[in-house]
Design a protein around this ligand. Structure first.
Ligand SMILES: Nc1nc2c(ncn2[C@@H]2O[C@H](COP(=O)(O)OP(=O)(O)OP(=O)(O)O)[C@@H](O)[C@H]2O)c(=O)[nH]1
Ligand SMILES: [Mg+2]
Length: 206
């Protein structure tokens, strides 16, 4: 028998765009294993997905916050998918549209049976905003595994980045869902292996 930590690493380079959905009914069949990438608009979700999969343009990145407006599905195999969720909190989007996204996002998060865990991305310079705390509390309440990426770690000196990591680590100590945090930089490729190990655990059967 293999120990969970000896499971094979998934080859994330196999990820291919599958489909986009604007609501739950348009999502692919709810089977197998799925991991969702969530975060505030501009947190670096699409960049992290591209870095993870070794692709420059699998997920669209943009200097314009709010670019990813649909739930985008990427398949690694017919049983394993990565999901780029719409960025939350882009101010220039009309209020009604924001409510719609929020509704569909909540539907997805609460109803999706194959959802194994959430990767929550926060810009290391602006962590723990209202949306982040909401996701953290929600995950805690339903025991959903959560892995936090402190993104754009290259924007801080190593000491300051480490300090931000330590602070987050002490905060998540009071949570009782499976929860972890790491530094990440799409620019410098920092933390990619750590992320691959975490997701390989989530996306495979025990
Ligand atoms: N310096 C630095 N910039 C980054 C990093 N990751 C992302 N960015 C930049 O941050 C901006 C937003 O990145 P995206 O990956 O598009 O962010 P997103 O969370 O997908 O944004 P939305 O789809 O709008 O919600 C882009 O200009 C990226 O180039 C990083 O690790 N380091
Ligand atoms: Mg995006």
């Amino acid at each position: 028998m293999t120990e969970p930590n000896q499971r094979t690493l998934i080859n994330f380079q196999k990820a291919q765009f599958l489909t986009s959905a604007s609501n739950l009914s348009q999502c692919p069949e709810d089977i197998g294993y799925e991991v969702a990438f969530a975060g505030r608009s501009n947190a670096g979700k699409s960049s992290a997905l591209n870095t993870l999969t070794g692709s420059k343009k699998l997920a669209r990145t943009s200097k314009t916050p709010g670019r990813t407006q649909l739930i985008n599905f990427f398949s690694i195999s017919d049983q394993q998918r990565l999901v780029d969720l719409p960025g939350y909190g882009y101010a220039k989007v009309p209020e009604e549209m924001k409510k719609q996204w929020q509704y569909h996002l909540e539907q997805y998060l609460s109803q999706r049976q194959c959802l194994m865990g959430i990767v929550l991305m926060m810009d290391i310079r602006h962590p723990l905003k209202e949306f982040d705390l909401m996701v953290m509390q929600w995950a805690n309440s339903c025991e959903m595994p959560l892995h936090i990426l402190l993104t754009k770690a290259d924007k801080l000196k190593y000491g300051a980045a480490k300090q931000a990591l330590n602070k987050l680590q002490s905060i998540i100590g009071s949570y009782h869902n499976p929860i972890s945090v790491q530094l990440f930089s799409a620019l410098k490729k920092t933390g990619v292996d750590e992320l691959r190990v975490k997701l390989s655990g989530w996306l495979q059967e025990d």
